[in-house]
Design a protein. Structure first.
Length: 198
């Protein structure tokens, strides 16, 4: 049975990807750290990573997504703030934060978790923290390097104010290659409140 590596995400508009590209360029020019930068034009807001699934399950997953999306109105999100996991002294991941209609976003993510649990996908142990991953620090980076990178992040101002509407969620395919992951959309479902019949 053919399998696909996939995840559920919110795709970003081109203007935001361009902004993330400029931010990466700013950080790159100020540092020569052992960092693996994400392709800014492939960055997305992941809601649920599914791993390898049988191709014939993608229709059921899309159905579970549609059910979760039905109770969620379109929302507005804003990209702002630069941060790191786990902390500025021991940087492992560099990210950009997400704000805006977070209550609706968290509710949608919770619905997705519940519906997908019915298909056998285990819920995440960690609580959902919406963010966009800009880069991962390579394992060979020294503790001093990680700390210096943390200092750079703390002193870098990120041009905020990227607001965008979210009208759909997508089931994405991730193909791993030597050059990095290549993403393509398998399916997409629109967000909308259920229609009430009088």
């Amino acid at each position: 049975m053919e399998q696909v590596r996939c995840f559920i995400a919110i795709e970003l508009p081109e203007a935001i990807k361009s902004g993330l590209s400029r931010l990466q360029a700013k950080l790159k020019s100020a540092s020569q750290f052992s960092v693996k930068w994400a392709d800014p034009y492939s960055i997305h807001l992941t809601l649920k990573f599914l791993g390898n699934v049988n191709v014939d399950m993608t229709a059921q997953i899309t159905e579970a997504m549609a059910e979760a999306a039905q109770g969620t109105p379109p929302l507005q999100l804003e990209i702002k703030d630069l941060g790191v996991f786990p902390n500025l002294r021991r940087v492992q991941v560099i990210w950009v934060g997400v704000s805006g209609d977070l209550d609706k976003l968290l509710e949608l993510q919770k619905r997705l978790e519940t519906n997908l649990a019915g298909l056998g996908f285990a819920p995440e142990a960690r609580s959902f923290t919406p963010h966009l991953t800009l880069a991962r620090v390579r394992e060979r980076a020294s503790p001093e390097e990680r700390q210096k990178l943390g200092e750079l992040i703390a002193s870098t101002k990120f041009e905020t104010g990227y607001t965008f509407p979210v009208n759909a969620v997508s089931l994405m395919r991730s193909q791993l290659t030597r050059e990095g992951a290549i993403y393509s959309r398998i399916s997409s479902v629109a967000l909308h409140l259920p229609t009430t019949t009088v």
